[in-house]
Design a protein around this ligand. Structure first.
Ligand code: MG
Length: 301
């Protein structure tokens, strides 16, 4: 079970779910479900609404809605017939928090030792683009590199979350490609400045295609993770190699910063980062989360 945001040919935002290899219009399912329950609310248009209105975001709850509908209507009526235009799974999260050097082999390839404590930086929310969107390299930019990462999406507000409760705050998982402008980043690092600019350029945060509910993933620390450029494998690892695991990250961040529904945590990239250029097709893949495909263009000066 995978969920996604998409636009109809009339540019209406909707929620879809992929279930047994079919894509269903879940916004429509929800309308009918609410009708059956005679509690007439409007249609669901975003994942944030699902988190608030359904109170939980899970494969089990999606299935529950489908099971109720099935008693009255054929699910065939809800199948999406046209090609979907994917949108960023979480429209406007309050924040994107990224973890640096969370895979020892990646730390080594950048000339650093693995950190003894998690290290964090932010990425501007405005840098997000969906599956099949274009990554636009500014004219004359320095080397730009890909970083495939497992993304965590937060389900509910939390502060000072104990490690043992961390998964209660995870709505699901997605793929993040933490595109990085190394010229700006190196310059900033040499001066001891933050990297925010190098990470936050418009279009430098491809994300999606899906938000896979947490209960559909047995173990988020046992997923193959890879990135291909034009079909050539550049990064290939497993999330079991993460230095700091998800409960530790959620606990550590929420000690200082309130986490809100829809917030995204990008958990770090494995080794094999490499430059991208005009004309490249990037495919970031995480087992069970699909393939996030994006096209690279260089802006003409
Ligand atoms: Mg990164």
């Amino acid at each position: 079970m995978k969920a996604f945001s998409y636009l109809t040919p009339r540019n209406e935002p909707r929620i879809g779910i992929e279930y047994h290899h079919r894509q269903y219009d879940f916004t429509y399912c929800w309308e009918v479900f609410k009708d059956i329950q005679s509690s007439g609310r409007g249609p669901l248009l975003s994942f944030l609404q699902i988190m608030v209105e359904m109170e939980y975001f899970s494969a089990a709850s999606f299935k529950e809605v489908l099971d109720v509908i099935k008693q009255f209507k054929s699910l065939k009526d809800f199948v999406i017939k046209q090609d979907v235009r994917y949108q960023v799974p979480i429209g406007r999260p309050q924040k994107i928090i990224c973890i640096g050097r969370n895979y020892a082999a990646h730390a080594a390839e950048t000339g650093h030792k693995p950190p003894s404590e998690p290290m964090f930086f932010g990425k501007a929310v405005s840098s997000m683009i969906p599956h099949q969107g274009n990554i636009v390299l500014p004219a004359g930019s320095g080397p730009v590199e890909h970083e495939v990462e497992l993304g965590i999406v937060i389900s509910k507000r939390g502060k000072k979350i104990p490690e043992q409760d961390a998964y209660d705050y995870v709505a699901g998982y997605t793929i993040v490609n933490d595109i990085s402008e190394r010229g700006l980043q190196r310059k900033a690092m040499e001066k001891g400045h933050p990297w925010f600019l190098a990470k936050s350029i418009d279009t430098f945060c491809p994300i999606g295609p899906y938000l896979v509910p947490a209960d559909a993933i047995k173990d988020p620390h046992h997923l193959d993770i890879s990135l291909k450029i034009n079909g050539d494998v550049k990064q290939q690892a497993n999330t079991s190699d993460m230095i700091f695991k998800i409960p530790r990250l959620i606990h550590y961040i929420s000690t200082y910063i309130s986490l809100e529904p829809g917030d995204i945590i990008a958990t770090g990239t494995p080794e094999g980062v490499s430059p991208i250029q005009d004309g490249d097709i990037l495919e970031a893949e995480v087992e069970h989360l699909g393939i996030l495909r994006n096209f690279v263009f260089e802006e003409k000066s």
